[in-house]
Design a protein around this ligand. Sequence first.
Ligand code: G3H
Ligand code: 13P
Ligand code: ZN
Length: 324
Amino acid sequence: MVDYKSLGFVNTKEMLKDALEKNYAVPAYNFNNMEQLQSIILACAESNSPVILQVSRGARKYANPIMLRYMAEGAVRMARDELKATFPMALHLDHGDTFESCQSAIQSGFSSVMIDGSSLPYEQNIEVTKKVVEYAHKLEVTVEGELGVLAGIEEDVVSQKSHYTNPEDVEDFVNRTRVDSLAISIGTSHGAYKFNLKPGESFPELRFDILEKVSKRLPGFPIVLHGSSSVPKEFVDMVNRYGGNLGNAVGVPEQQLRRASKLAVCKINVDTDGRLVVTAKIREILNEHPELYDPRKYLGPARDALKDLLISKNVNVMGSAGQG
Ligand code: G3H
Ligand code: 13P
Ligand code: ZN
């Protein structure tokens, strides 16, 4: 059993409380490899932002759980010893699907886990979430639950349609499970194709009315938004220009996310945008320099581009810059 505190992580309790009080959101950035992790650390050090390092089950499998635990520890050491940065860092399991997947992450040093029972019938969602909370809280690990279903792909679960969170369920769910934060569905979705817009059509507004109703029923309680990439056109165009084919990729406008982060939304999840910028940059470099074969020559600039994007998110979307 690895204690997250010995690795230098904190759980998300104080982070999310501070974000709620000061009207910003803590960024939760997914990573799968060293370069992505370096970008996150460098961006949050430079903009002095708290951060939630977010790892999906797929990412744990990809990097190897043992490797990943040391990478995360290495990220803390890099921030503290080399960058002399003091911003708080949490290590969070994204979309845990069973009690066992959450338990395994906690045992290897995660300070926070999500148990995503949102695709289960309501009572079963409560049952599994409660079981994870009971185990996690004994070890001072925080737990995120989810009510409502996002459209798109969540790990292996694909949903064609979103089911917005029913505000009437939230008090019962939180009271019975004792979760520390709640992910809700208000119109965001996972991946690069969030809305099927016809030419000339503008982005639909997120369901701020649902967010308001939820926060009235749960005053002072941290709300989480998944599927919050903005899918910047600049990077979609860049991928397409250099041989990619991303079709009609479109994301959540930044202003809507900033509006949410000033309300009860205290944690905003971003994965797709990081993938996009890295892919765009690598495609550009390999296209313009076909003679290259040293991965550092294209992964390095991709890392820089991701860092710049995350700094801009911390400033303009999360409002977390300067809050570290
Ligand atoms: O919510 C899903 C995250 O973007 C993780 O995606 O399962 O492909 O690592 P992944
Ligand atoms: P995006 O696909 O919009 O980046 O969402 C990521 C996410 O919600 C991870 O849990
Ligand atoms: Zn998600």
